[in-house]
Ligand binder design. Structure first.
Ligand code: 1CP
Length: 344
């Protein structure tokens, strides 16, 4: 079987160059994606259709040349299958019509294996992708962190202030913990099933980590993410796990847990991440995604990151998702520059 350079890099092994992928690499900057999405009718239909979801997962492999594919789905399919009513309103993003306000709302949610088992379309997508993906490329499966999922479940949509979840955090923390614990149980089983279906690597996205004040971050988010890692590592010790908590440079000193790769966001200096975490974890990241608007700035940034990280214990990525108006040629340039500059 061919070696997967991306999996090797996650495990800290030597690789011929530093592998690269981009968060949100399957998406709206690709005209080919827009075409398949239009055929699907809407975004959720696309997630529910394994053939089409497989097709858009593979698009950036051929078009952009990345070293790993990321499953096409969304973090919000979990609360959707727990019984919340998810829709994507055009131009406004995700919406739940029935946000959680009290204990009875949590009790009504479907939990554990019953919820995880409803995500069959995701597992079917993974199986299809694995049939088509080149043997030397890896497939990344993912979940949102319990906290990031809870923000949508409580607010009913994306938020700038997080005032409803924070009101719960400070006035009724037990209720928030009850939501987080219930979601954590579903995620553990969901990720087991993703691994059983064939994913090679797990990434946990805590996109809204920065909303929590540093002294409370462990209690309301990180410890649940670590609980998921412990659960998965007990059963699948060889499946690498990537943690991506966005925007928490003040927490770097306190990071702990049984995982392999720490995803560095664009606002955290790579030097700092390397100093604090580089010995214990492989680091992933962290070009500022807006550098992609300029090929010159992209090359400069890749070069700078490479100088800090050298050619081992690193995976190139953006410091958050690629934006929809980035020219495809510039994404291709980023990927090929990472592979060229880090070649041994
Ligand atoms: O076609 C469209 O217009 C829909 C846009 C879109 C896409 C392409 C959404 C809606 N989700 C996705 C796919 C997706 N989402 C992937 C797979 C594709 C890939 O990465 O290549 C992944 C990993 C996600 C994960 C995701 N969804 C996150 C975590 C990652 C991050 O960027 O921080 C979050 C926060 C979401 C919620 C979500 N889904 C979609 C939108 C517009 C949002 C964000 C809304 C908000 O800002 O609150």
């Amino acid at each position: 079987m061919a070696n997967k350079i991306f999996v090797d890099a996650c495990l800290g092994k030597e690789t011929p160059y530093t592998p690269v992928w981009m968060m949100r690499q399957a998406g709206r900057y690709l005209p080919e994606y827009m075409k398949v999405r239009a055929e699907a009718g809407n975004f959720l239909n696309l997630c529910h259709d394994p053939k089409k979801a497989c097709e858009v997962t593979l698009q950036p492999m051929d078009i952009v040349g990345v070293d790993a594919a990321i499953l096409f789905s969304d973090i919000l399919v979990i609360p959707d299958e727990m019984g919340m009513d998810l829709s994507f309103v055009k131009g406004e993003g995700p919406k739940f019509s029935d946000p959680i306000t009290c204990e009875a709302d949590i009790d009504r949610l479907i939990g554990g294996d019953e919820a995880a088992s409803k995500l069959t379309y995701v597992f079917d997508t993974i199986k299809l992708i694995k049939q088509e993906l080149a043997e030397d490329k890896a497939l990344i499966g993912f979940t949102g962190a319990p906290w990031t999922l809870a923000t949508y479940m409580i607010e009913g949509q994306g938020t700038k202030t997080y005032n409803i979840c924070k009101k719960m955090m400070y006035s009724n923390p037990a209720l928030l913990h009850k939501i987080l614990a219930k979601v954590t149980e579903v995620i553990k089983l969901y990720m087991e099933k993703q691994i059983d279906a064939g994913i090679d690597v797990v990434q946990i996205f805590d996109s809204w980590a920065a909303a929590i004040e540093p002294s409370m971050y462990d209690e309301f988010s990180w410890k649940y993410m670590v609980e998921i890692c412990d659960h998965l590592k007990a059963k699948y010790p060889n499946t690498p796990i990537i943690m991506f908590p966005k925007g928490i440079p003040t927490f770097l000193d306190k990071v702990y847990g049984n995982f392999d790769v720490f995803g560095v966001d664009w606002a955290t200096p790579m030097e700092l991440a390397k100093e604090k975490l580089g010995e214990k974890y492989v680091l992933q990241g962290n070009m500022e995604p807006c550098r992609l608007y300029s090929q010159e700035e992209t090359t400069k940034s890749v070069d700078d990151i490479q100088k800090v990280m050298g050619t081992s214990r690193h995976i190139f990525n953006l410091g958050h998702g690629i934006l929809p108006d980035v020219p495809v040629a510039n994404a291709i340039h980023f990927v090929s520059e990472c592979q060229r500059i880090s070649k041994k």
